[in-house]
Design a protein around this ligand. Structure first.
Ligand SMILES: C[S@@+](CC[C@H](N)C(=O)[O-])C[C@H]1O[C@@H](n2cnc3c(N)ncnc32)[C@H](O)[C@@H]1O
Length: 387
């Protein structure tokens, strides 16, 4: 496909997204209907679609409307390319801009539009991040880097780098966490590489690694990952220490791939249902990587940015408080209850910790940190609580 044809395809996929279809589904439908598209074309169209979703508000302003065509036109204008140079109508290029499309556009206006945030989120970003809110919101308009985590249970950093290199993947260590690598070339080859298949490295965001690296884990401890999901954090913890790792999720199906991932990583984990947690308690460390708005990872999931509402944020706060209350009962005296979200927002972070401490006066917070794109990875929050 020509670059122009890829832009036409991205506009078509974006129209389906704007009609309410999840981007993954819209991209799948397009690639099934476009057998002529090779993997390079599919990757390029995917990149264009996600690029437009990250910058949806500003691109709509510069494109003069909220359609797939308008978003692509808006992105071209932002990049300093005249839309007429691409929208030529020649071959598979999109049709030339109409008079309306030429006239109906403007530079983004106001903080929300300029920084590609819904207006209601500008104040919460400011409250959470202070003057860095703008830089942070602007960073969410760009693609996230690809991070790997070296599995120290199986290899060293140098051996992992050498194994990746022999599969044509270049990576360099990143200071955010011990064993964090940032992929500089060949990111799309990682999942097929021997280093990945043999469990020498895992795909894991840098801040996610730093959050687990902050946890007090040592040999022989009993650890519960209360909101385990796919188990990324369990595996990161298990990569650091020979401890007993129990895994739980309100939706056990989310943990379906974990036994195979743990085998690949050479670590042992035990999956537990909610009903059996009390029997296995108490734990030295309970990690609650709680469900959240995902505001820290909106580079990867830009649709989440536009879908969040004040009501949904409030509902998440109730779920997060419920999780902290339930998990606290499973922590041994003097043990650690670790609370993490991949969000910047105070409503999901400091406010939840404060509400927990108000309801549990015997507990205190011993450590708290927020990560942002300036640190290299996604946005994350971590607090250690002890009772
Ligand atoms: C942010 S994700 C966890 C990601 C995971 N820790 C990782 O690193 O891959 C949050 C998880 O919490 C689970 N969850 C939601 N409500 C819960 C609850 N009340 N108790 C336990 N888990 C819950 C969700 O099913 C989801 O898998």
């Amino acid at each position: 496909m020509t670059p122009e044809a890829r832009i036409a395809a991205a506009a078509e996929v974006l129209d389906a997204c704007l009609d309410g279809q999840p981007a993954t589904r819209a991209l799948l439908n397009w690639s099934r209907a476009s057998r002529f598209a090779g993997s390079g074309d599919r990757n390029a169209v995917r990149d264009l679609v996600y690029g437009a979703l990250r910058r949806k508000r500003s691109a709509a302003a510069r494109g003069g409307g909220e359609t797939g065509r308008a978003l692509m036109i808006g992105l071209l204008r932002e990049a300093g390319t005249a839309p007429e140079a691409v929208f030529t109508g020649q071959g598979h290029a999109p049709a030339p801009p109409s008079d309306d499309e030429r006239a109906a556009w403007r530079e983004p206006d106001g903080d929300g539009e300029r920084c590609d945030l819904p207006d209601w989120l500008v104040a919460p970003f400011g409250e959470a991040l202070g003057p860095a809110w703008e830089e942070t919101a602007l960073a969410l308009r760009d693609r996230a880097p690809v991070f790997l985590r070296v599995n120290f249970r199986k290899t060293t950093q140098d051996q992992a780098l050498a194994a990746l290199s022999s599969d044509g993947i270049s990576a360099v260590p990143h200071a955010i966490a011990d064993g964090a690598l940032i992929v500089t070339e060949g990111a799309r080859k990682v999942a097929q590489s021997a280093a990945y298949r043999d469990g020498l490295v895992e795909l894991q965001d840098g801040a996610s690694q730093a959050v687990t690296a902050s946890l007090p884990i040592s040999k022989g401890m009993k650890v519960l990952d209360y909101c385990c999901g796919g188990g990324g954090k369990t595996l990161a913890m298990a990569g650091r220490a020979e401890a007993t790792f129990h895994c739980h999720d309100a939706d056990p199906g989310r943990m379906a791939d974990l036994p195979a991932r743990a085998r690949r990583a050479g670590v042992r984990v035990e999956l537990l249902g909610t009903g059996s947690l009390a029997r296995h308690a108490p734990y030295d460390l309970v990690l609650c990587d709680a469900p959240c708005s995902g505001s820290g990872s909106w580079r990867r999931d830009p649709e989440g940015k536009w879908a969040l509402t004040p009501g949904r944020l409030a509902a998440l706060g109730d779920v997060q408080t419920g999780i902290l209350d339930a998990a606290a009962a499973l922590v041994a005296p003097g043990g650690t209850l670790a609370y993490a979200t991949c969000s910047f927002l105070r409503a999901e972070n400091e406010d939840r910790v404060a509400a927990f401490l108000a309801a549990h006066p015997d507990w205190r917070c011993t450590f708290q940190r927020r990560f942002g794109p300036q640190d290299g990875g996604d946005g994350f929050f971590i607090a250690h609580l002890t009772g």
